[in-house]
Design a protein around this ligand. Sequence first.
Ligand SMILES: O=C(O)CCC(=O)C(=O)O
Ligand SMILES: [Fe+2]
Length: 369
Amino acid sequence: MCPTMNILSVEKTKENEYQKGVRHLCESGITRIPKKYVLPISDRPLIVKKQEKNDENLNLPIIDFAQLQGPNRCQVLKSLAKACEEYGFFQLVNHGIDSDTIQHIIEVGKKFFELPFEERAKYMSTDMQAPVRLGTSFNQNKDGVFCWRDFLKLSCHSLSSDLISLWPSSPIDLREAAANYSKQTIFLYQLLIGAILESLGIVKEHINDSQNLKEFEDGSQLLVLNCYPCCPEPDLTLGMPPHSDYGLLTLLLQDEVKGLQIQHQGKWLTVEPIPNSFVVNVGDHLEIFSNGRYKSVLHRVLVNSSKSRISVASLHSLPYSSKIQPSPKLINESNPKLYKDTDFATFLEYISSYEHKSKSFLESRKLPS
Ligand SMILES: O=C(O)CCC(=O)C(=O)O
Ligand SMILES: [Fe+2]
């Protein structure tokens, strides 16, 4: 074999290995990260020293869900609107989902990623639309530099027993934990999106037939279990690159290990985990629906050398038959329409065909001002 062929086939073998994920890579006992994961200097995180740490920690606005359901609703709706406008993020406490349900999903997530590679590999797919998909990086079909994340995506669209039977059978209680978690987060989401519409001044009576409340309540749900293994060189890579979430709302559960950063006033700030809370963020579809009033904000994930981290993102979006468009209720002479209408199929094609980074989808939808 000629030397160039040899180099090419070695590179191809390495590429195939990286497709197997970060946990698989770590199991080989690496002490440095392969070049495939090393970001260009300008994209690397600046991991700050201990004494400066307080400056970059962020206490997100806190929304008390129990208060939202009580006599103080009006006041809480105002705080909700402010959080969605200024941060695009908030922490939700007193949400009513019991701590057993929460611990259970985190536990099965940890156990799943600890399974032998062959067991996990059954669920690998590079098809972005697969109902169950174990994958790695951000978009492993497209990413030039890989990020330090493995994930399991479970589609929860109309939670039928046929769908659940496609989910991993190991660990033994994964299906039960994920189905229970899905039901409870859908319920929470429905109450929360109702409150968000109300905070935008769109109450039930004002929702017209073309975009009725049911569309918001009956949308799709995707659960993403994210696993970020310990990384020997955390300042050279990221667990997730800067991105915004595509849907209406994301309910994120993180374990006690911090890593999530959001971009706020031009700075990357680390979100302090609060036990038993959700980090909730506005997605691209809600930014469009609100005609830019609520912000879908860039966020990314740092990794660290001593602790692996698990998070569970529950992504809620409109049904696949819907049009993604600014609410006519929020458009008037002083608030002209800022985004084009998009049908869901066009949107899905967009996210699977582009390297879905930064705010590129939103940028592509902006109307010239
Ligand atoms: O793991 C995290 O903290 C964030 C995950 C995330 O941004 C996502 O799944 O879209
Ligand atoms: Fe995200």
